[in-house]
Design a protein around this ligand. Structure first.
Ligand SMILES: [Cu+2]
Length: 238
């Protein structure tokens, strides 16, 4: 009957005006933030004649998000490559950077894996995965961002091939005490280290075979092929 109908219409009626009113409010906001060419022209004309500071209307920027320079990254547990610098930018509703909102705070979910200083410099502590978070409160709102950080010791074993006249990969990242195997195909090559403290050379040219060297000390060890000028590689041991 009548009392049954009334609640049914009332259930819907509050939402119908609610949505358009919010929407039109949003449109109004957007319009006021985006100056039309006419407004800009008027502003320029006003600026020409005026002797005070320019009165170009500033679109209202809302602090909408915090953006980090990367969303994920891998660093090594020991140098080189054991740190990374993160930068955080405040962005407005159009994705444009906003200045003057202050400095974000950085925190590490697990400082036993990676630490972070107040400037956003991340330093590896031990192998594992964690997240570094940035947070900035400005204009009454707090925005956060996170980056997934992996800390790795490097490989304990690596293989370098040379199907043509290039070592592949040219640079090997090796964990301390790790082993590199050079596996050559039909083109003969050799391995002659040019860094002091490197393992013994593999001077005799060989093909269709492989030879290994273990790296017990940390450092960057460069080597060359004595048969092909400019054919060089590097083993970075951490
Ligand atoms: Cu070679």
């Amino acid at each position: 009957m009548y009392r049954q109908d009334a609640p049914a219409t009332q259930t819907h009626s509050p939402t119908i005006p609610f949505v358009p009113s919010r929407f039109s409010h949003y449109l109004e906001d957007t319009r006021s933030r985006l100056p039309t060419p006419l407004v800009l022209l008027l502003a320029l004309l006003a600026g020409c004649g005026g002797d005070g500071p320019s009165e170009v209307p500033q679109p209202q920027a809302d602090f909408t998000s915090l953006s980090l320079s990367t969303s994920s990254g891998t660093i090594y547990s020991r140098p080189p490559g054991n740190s990374a610098a993160l930068t955080a930018r405040a962005l407005d509703q159009n994705g444009q950077p906003m200045g003057g909102l202050g400095t974000p705070t950085f925190t590490s979910d697990d400082s036993g894996i990676a630490s972070v200083d107040p400037s956003g410099n991340v330093t590896a502590v031990a192998s594992g995965s964690t997240s570094i978070r940035a947070s900035l409160t400005a204009n009454g709102v707090t925005r956060t961002a996170a980056v997934a950080i992996t800390v790795t010791d490097g490989a304990t074993e690596a293989t370098v091939t040379a199907p043509l006249v290039e070592f592949t990969p040219r640079v090997v990242d090796l964990a301390l005490g790790g082993t590199v195997t050079w596996a050559f195909e039909s083109i003969p090559h050799n391995v002659v280290f040019s860094t002091q403290g490197a393992p013994a050379d593999l001077p005799a040219p060989w093909s269709n075979a492989s030879h290994s060297r273990t790296f017990p000390t940390a450092g960057s060890f460069r080597y060359e092929c004595g048969l092909h000028a400019g054919m060089s590689g590097e083993v970075i041991v951490r």
